[in-house]
Design a binder for this molecule. Structure first.
Ligand code: ZN
Length: 451
């Protein structure tokens, strides 16, 4: 049963809010609700049509793509389907940085600049237009409806980004109140903070939890150890995202909250790529996103084979993401899902993982606490942080072109890390040419050897 307040929000307040922000989320979501049930070949056919239109538009309006097609001797008629995408080069963080202004459409409306959070080892700034934001919101909304959670149902978001937490302006507070979304900071967590989260969850009684699996599994573990019953609060689903979800985490979260865990795969830069349905499949938001899987040489692999996930997001005409390399590993699954949705399915996703780190005084904090220090500094291209012991952390850095490890930069890193981990901790900074993936093929940018 949907509550009256939820109906009021989803039918009235949310559409109004979106109209004020000039988003078409409501219309897009209504369309997505229908298209998800189409047979897969129809969805893929529509995807090809949309791709042609999108390519035609960005060649005209985006200087980078205009120049690129010229240089390659291609015209819009050379890209007729997803199978033609291989004619275009990949986009990666370096390409985006080097062509930042040329990637902005001449016709771009209001755009806001966004710097990637998550566990990415390379900071990236890009532009988000209204088109993209409304499609991203509509995709998330559709996925929560799969679990019987609508916009306006109470939600608790556990997030670790000090930037998002800092955006507590009046509009934001109003919006959160209106849509009954409560943000709890999960930046550094010790037992007393976790108990505080548990109290918030008990008093708010949300229909949905949303955030990092690592944070919710810490909360779940503590609740289980202390016999705190969270299974009768009416939580319908725990949506986890941004990190790899391990089976033991899923088990613990489901047990503690008495609700299923729904995995979401995506990031702010690549978009909401896939969401899990109640039948267990990770459905790709194929109306907006094309997923290609490539091998080490950059060739598209057969369906079912593992490789790097490459994304073309077709709601990005203000600042296009075409063949964007995510660095994550996954495979396309040919199966049709039991839920009946025709949306294609992604399997065996191995995203980047980020560990929790432990300060000298025992406080546990999300790896992002350290990532943000490096992300804010000029001159750092990539990094990897390894916590060897509570008193020793290594920081590997790849410097940007023309940058050097000045004593000022060194001092900023050291003081930032000591402020988080403790004054007595030794911070070793090493310069590398390249950050290698782990033996398992995964990229981990924060590794803690402290248990
Ligand atoms: Zn399904």
């Amino acid at each position: 049963m949907t509550g009256i307040y939820t109906r009021l929000v989803s039918k009235l307040l949310f559409p109004l809010h979106e109209r004020l922000k000039k988003h078409d989320t409501v219309a897009i979501k209504a369309q997505l609700e229908k298209s998800q049930w189409l047979p897969r070949d129809k969805i893929m056919q529509a995807q090809n049509e949309r791709l042609k239109e999108f390519i035609g538009q960005i060649i005209k309006e985006v200087p980078y793509y205009k120049a690129l097609f010229n240089k390659l001797g291609l015209s819009s008629s050379d890209i007729n389907s997803v199978d033609d995408l291989h004619k275009l080069p990949f986009l990666n963080k370096t390409t985006i940085r080097e062509n930042y202004s040329a990637l902005k459409s001449n016709q771009a409306g209001a755009v806001s600049s966004f710097t990637t959070g998550g566990s990415s080892g390379t900071p990236l700034t890009f532009l988000l237009g209204d088109e993209r934001v409304s499609h991203d919101v509509a995709e998330k909304w559709r996925a929560t409806c799969w679990w019987d959670v609508d916009i306006g149902d109470k939600e608790i978001v556990a997030w670790g980004s000090p930037i998002e937490l800092g955006a507590q302006d009046k509009v934001r507070i109003l919006r959160d109140k209106l849509f009954r979304s409560t943000l709890i900071p999960a930046f550094d967590v010790d037992e007393s903070k976790l108990l505080g989260f548990i109290d918030r969850i008990k008093s708010i009684q949300p229909q949905m939890l949303f955030g990092y699996p690592s944070v919710f599994s810490l909360i779940a573990k503590l609740a289980l150890v202390q016999n705190i019953d969270l299974t009768k609060l009416g939580i319908k689903v725990v949506f986890v995202t941004s990190e790899r979800l391990y089976p033991y985490q899923r088990e613990m979260i489901e047990k503690a909250f008495g609700a299923p865990v729904a995995n979401g795969y995506g990031s702010r830069d690549a978009g909401f790529i896939a969401h899990q349905c109640p039948s267990g499949s990770m459905h790709i938001s194929a109306e907006d996103l094309i997923v290609e899987i490539i091998d080490n040489d950059g060739n598209v692999v057969e369906d079912g084979e593992k490789g790097e996930v490459v994304i073309t997001h077709m709601a990005t005409s203000d600042f296009p993401f075409v063949r964007y390399r995510t660095g994550d590993i996954a495979a396309l699954d040919k199966k049709t899902c039991a839920c009946g949705r025709g949306l294609p399915v992604l399997k065996d996703i191995e995203g980047r993982t980020t560990d929790f780190v432990v300060a000298a005084n025992g406080t546990m904090m999300h790896g992002l606490a350290l990532i943000y220090i490096l992300r804010e500094l000029e001159g750092i291209e990539e990094f990897k942080i390894t916590q060897e012991t509570k008193l020793h952390t290594r920081v590997q850095i790849v410097l940007s072109h023309n940058s050097e490890l000045s004593s000022a930069l060194k001092e900023k890193i050291t003081s930032g890390f000591k402020a988080r981990l403790g004054d007595e901790v030794i911070i070793d900074i090493e310069i590398s040419q390249q950050i290698e993936a782990e033996v398992s093929g995964k990229f981990r940018y924060v590794i803690s050897k402290v248990t």
